[in-house]
Design a protein around this ligand. Structure first.
Ligand code: BGC
Length: 382
């Protein structure tokens, strides 16, 4: 049975468990001020801080480096907390070998073919870091930048404002882009992300968050038993370099049909050309709702073993569902366990990959005077 966080608290109160047992007074009273501590230092001596937040039964740790969600803890059906997001326990591993664990992604989430696009008649060449293509903003994307972090409490909400200014020409992108990302933990324990950006020259923008979810707990094994539902009748098939062909294909009758909940593993070994290209699921679903003014339902993930659920609502038209195919047992995670293929999945709300080269896709162009705004809400249950 699915309950919300308040039901858990009521049950906990009936069982004589105090709010402190469940992670502090934040649960009972709403958010308290985020707590800052030193996480580590970059090679040049720059300090990286960790910010701890708790509200409504959700506990979050965020790094100033990459805006990384280093840990996100939520209770299972018995009120037992686990960190459900993959990561590292030290800054050196994040710098040396992170496959974007928990990071903010920009200036452009997912791939741009050959790292090239033309805007208003001017050709731009980006930093290429994925074969011949640009992935997640290039070799030094927003995930590898130190963000200015400003904590806030507002009513019963608690959160962080993260600021980063990407200068004109950074990684090949035109225009100085001023980015503000707000992470909010609500009194219900939702984690909300609001992205905003402005530019001084026409540019392209596609921001997202790259949390690797395992609702049974990071390091606990495969997510192939997780049940997933995606509100999308179409997806964008790709070529061998994972660049969309431009087609909006129907999911009906394919392994990409998640309109009814099914396990991630159910069709992952079907002999399908698209699954061969992705080494599993690594595709953009075109959400039925399209672009919306307010976050609307996109996907539901459930782990039957713990009962934990995650619902994602977004203003964005696309969702990249990546089944952790490139995790290969070479990284040791936060809890000291090795991450192997399929040990987590990502659900990245976004505009479609390679939109700057795909005239039929929703536009990712941002012009001076406009403000880029998108929002995504993560709702946890158990
Ligand atoms: C992409 C994958 C990529 C991964 C990086 C995902 O967003 O879709 O192709 O390998 O990020 O870890």
């Amino acid at each position: 049975m699915e309950t919300n966080r308040r039901t858990v608290l009521t049950a906990a109160a009936a069982a004589g468990i105090t709010a402190a047992t469940l992670g502090g007074t934040a649960h009972a009273t709403g958010g308290r001020t985020p707590v800052k501590s030193l996480f580590g230092k970059l090679a040049d001596g720059t300090k990286v801080h960790s910010w701890s937040l708790a509200n409504g039964g959700t506990r979050l740790k965020v790094l100033s480096y990459g805006g990384i969600v280093q840990s996100l803890e939520v209770p299972d059906r018995h009120g037992r907390y686990k960190n459900v997001s993959l990561g590292f326990d030290n800054i050196e591993d994040y710098v040396a070998s992170s496959p974007y664990f928990g990071a903010l992604i920009g200036r452009y989430g997912n791939r741009i073919a050959k790292g090239r696009f033309t805007l208003d008649g001017t050709a731009h060449q980006l930093s290429v870091n994925d074969g011949e293509n640009t992935l997640h903003g290039g070799a030094q994307g927003f995930d590898k930048r130190v963000w200015d972090v400003e904590p806030f409490t507002k009513g019963s909400d608690v959160g962080l404002h993260l600021h980063y200014t990407s200068i004109d020409g950074e990684q090949g992108f035109p225009g100085t882009l001023r980015v503000k990302v707000t992470y909010t933990l609500t009194r219900q324990g939702d984690w909300r992300i609001d992205y905003a950006a402005t530019t001084d020259k026409a540019t392209v923008v596609n921001l997202t968050s790259h949390v690797y979810w395992n609702l049974a707990g990071e390091g606990s094994g495969s997510i192939y038993d997780h049940e997933l539902k995606i509100a999308a009748a179409r997806y964008t098939p790709v070529d061998s370099g994972l660049i969309p062909t431009g087609e909006l294909a129907r999911v009906a009758g394919t392994p990409f049909d998640f309109r009814r909940a099914k396990t991630v593993g159910e069709d992952i070994r079907v002999a399908d050309q698209q699954l061969l290209y992705g080494k599993g699921l690594d595709h953009n679903w075109a959400l039925d709702k399209g672009i919306t003014a307010k976050p609307e339902h996109a996907a539901t993930l459930r782990d039957p073993s713990s009962g934990r659920t995650l619902k994602i609502a977004t203003t964005e038209p696309g969702l990249q569902f990546y089944s952790g195919n490139f995790l290969d047992g070479t990284l040791v995670g936060t809890g000291g366990r090795i991450y192997r293929q399929g040990d987590a999945l990502c659900l990245e709300t976004q505009h479609f990959p390679d939109s700057p080269n795909q005239p039929s896709f929703p536009s990712t162009t941002l012009r001076p005077g406009q403000t880029y705004r998108t929002s995504t809400v993560h709702t946890f249950g158990s």
